[in-house]
Design a protein around this ligand. Structure first.
Ligand code: IPD
Ligand code: CA
Length: 264
């Protein structure tokens, strides 16, 4: 098995090149290439180009590893390592000219399913913000040279993050989830990039995070950041394709679980 630090070195170099490409393309103007699951679920030409670049670089650096990305067909692993990629997380922000978007690259082993894989290394690079978050299994979570630690709970209440699915039919359920957790909230953020939301939980900027319906590539790197920063995660399969994902410092995470647990 390759050491997590070696996987991280590969991921970091590629994430920086990919993020810088995304940022350059953004400054040249953005074209919507297609819509996907719903009208709001857009993909830009840059999403596709950036994923293509990441895939090429990984194939050259790590032949035989598997690939599982948001914008192209998966390929199976021959080495036990699979790369889980979101080329631009926060595509709606990206298209709107809002800088809260990131490249997310993770190396995982085991089944390609966030409930059962083991994340070995992860990078979340936000080129427009100039921030790069990274973690390795057992090696801690970092922003550049700064070690990250999730927040402790505060008597003023928790600063929570969330997100919403693109399909309008899911909005009522998402809003009900938010309503259920608001009793412990000081305030709520919907910043538009799940990989960064999780990085912010790891950094102690957000105290907790909850979202339904996240995809594996949204969470692969960010979830490792949270656990390596001393946080806690839960994933519940409650409805078809609407997996509920909870992250936070230990006490805020546990409070959210208590508020959302099905009542007997
Ligand atoms: C989306 C973002 C958003 C979250 C959505 C994701 P995308 O990813 O992470 O914050 O609320 O659930 O699909 O489409 O921008 O890569
Ligand atoms: Ca995403």
């Amino acid at each position: 098995m390759t050491a997590p630090a070696e996987l991280l070195a590969v991921a970091t170099e590629i994430a920086r090149e990919a993020g810088d490409l995304a940022r350059r393309r953004r400054s040249e103007g953005v074209a919507i290439a297609a819509t996907k699951s719903a009208l709001a679920d857009i993909v830009t030409e840059a999403d596709q180009e950036v994923e293509h670049l990441i895939r090429e670089r990984l194939a050259a650096a790590r032949p035989g590893d598997g690939f599982f990305g948001e914008e192209s067909a998966p390929s199976a692993s021959e080495t036990g390592v699979t790369w889980v990629i979101d080329p631009i997380d926060g595509t709606v922000n990206y298209a709107a000219g809002i800088g809260n978007y990131a490249v997310s690259i993770a190396a995982v082993t085991g089944p390609v399913d966030p409930a059962s894989w083991t994340a070995q290394a992860g990078v979340v690079y936000a080129p427009a913000l100039g921030e790069c978050f990274h973690a390795t299994r057992g090696g801690g979570a970092w922003r550049g040279e700064t070690r990250l630690r999730v927040s402790e709970s505060s008597p003023a209440g928790a600063l929570l993050g969330t997100g919403f699915g693109y399909d309008p039919a899911t909005h009522a359920g998402d809003l009900a989830t938010v309503a259920a957790v608001m009793p412990i909230a000081r305030d709520l953020r919907r910043m538009g990039a799940a990989a960064l939301d999780l990085s912010y939980v790891a950094a102690g900027r957000l105290d907790g995070y909850v979202e339904r319906g996240l995809q594996p590539w949204d969470v692969a790197a960010g979830a490792l950041l949270v656990t390596e920063a001393g946080g806690r995660l839960s994933q519940w399969e409650r409805e078809e394709r609407r997996r509920l994902f909870i992250a936070g410092g230990v006490s805020v995470h546990d409070e959210i679980v208590r508020l959302l647990a099905p009542k007997a």
